[in-house]
Design a protein around this ligand. Sequence first.
Ligand SMILES: *Cc1c(COP(=O)(O)O)cnc(C)c1O
Ligand SMILES: [Zn+2]
Length: 415
Amino acid sequence: MSLALGLRCVNCEKEYPLKILYNCPNCGGILDVFYDKLRGKAGNEKRLIVDESIQGLWTYREYLPVLNKENICSLIEGKTPLIRSKIDFDSFIAEELFFKDETRNPSGSFKDRPTTVAISKAIENGIQGVITASSGNAGTATAAYAAVASLPSIILVPEKVPKEKLMQMFVYGSKIIKVKGDYSNSFNLAKEIAVKCDYANLTSTYYNPYGLEGDKTIAYELFDQLKGLVPKYILVPIGTGPLLTGIYKGYKELKKLGFINKLPRMIGVQAMGCAPIVKAYNEKRNKVEPWDLVDTIASGISDPLKGYSQDGTYTLKTIKNSNGCAISVSDEEILKSVLVLGKQQGLYVEPTSASVIIAYEKLRKMNIIRERDLTVSIITGIGFKDTKPLMDSLNSIPLIEPTFDKFKEIEMLWG
Ligand SMILES: *Cc1c(COP(=O)(O)O)cnc(C)c1O
Ligand SMILES: [Zn+2]
């Protein structure tokens, strides 16, 4: 049974039923799902109530906003592994660093979490079709889940979306439209189409209030995987930021339940070529301003927030409330980190997701994160999704005649 009671505006606190609603009809603020008094398993055990009849993150459905199990649309997402770092940073070791490997989700990124919840809730509300504005992965996830639900789906993407993500949506059978300009143009158009044509808008900013509930299950899983220990820091690549805020919400719930007595510090990582939240953080402002010109290879987090900068402000507020910080990294550093994760950890990630590695290294060097601080980095998306930034590296691969002598020549070159 779900303990969800309704939606509450984070701004004016007005409450609404669990219907298809986006921003607060009263003041335009972000809506957040609220719950009845949370409870854990009976007895003294610090354990969440789980529904063993469902696999993946829906086992936590007591704490999710879908009321009827029949409406759950799932590809069995979540329950991803937590892996200890083996990376040898030049000047230090990082034994207390862990990776939450979200690349293992059905469509290859964590976006399956918000999407499974948002689409299930849309189905519960009897919607006939879904639309998503996406920098790639949210659209891919929407396409996959719409296929499972046999619902028509429309995906709006910015011009520069990686081809692999487009291909994935195409194979899942969505109607795809490329929209000129950056991600914000797709976002604002999807909003208009959804309202005028009666599609549920699953866009994974804070706009659809249900997605974040899927993100928060990462906290529940970490609680189990770390046997109740709370990480001191959690590093998250952020576009708009619901992933970061969702994880923090999950931890706040665990604290309300009395399972833990402290909260993690949330660290938001952006690319220097699109860093509106980091900019506001560095300038000690409380309000995030939209970013003008997007220029980065980190396609999954290139969100300039034009027209909805209150979403960035909300993420900044989470970061500050948690005593965390925001940091930006360069494209060059990101590409190096992709190779570090591949070569030293056996993880093949899209460039966006490698940003947390260089951020960790920088924060260690600044002595903000220390050697013994338990830290979790969220590895958000798989490498197959965005290969262009590294494609030129393949030019160095030799082509030889099939003889041992030729092989020997090459081996000499390797040194
Ligand atoms: C969407 C996305 C993010 C950012 O998530 P937000 O919740 O929008 O901040 C990070 N990494 C990847 C690979 C993504 O697709
Ligand atoms: Zn309001």
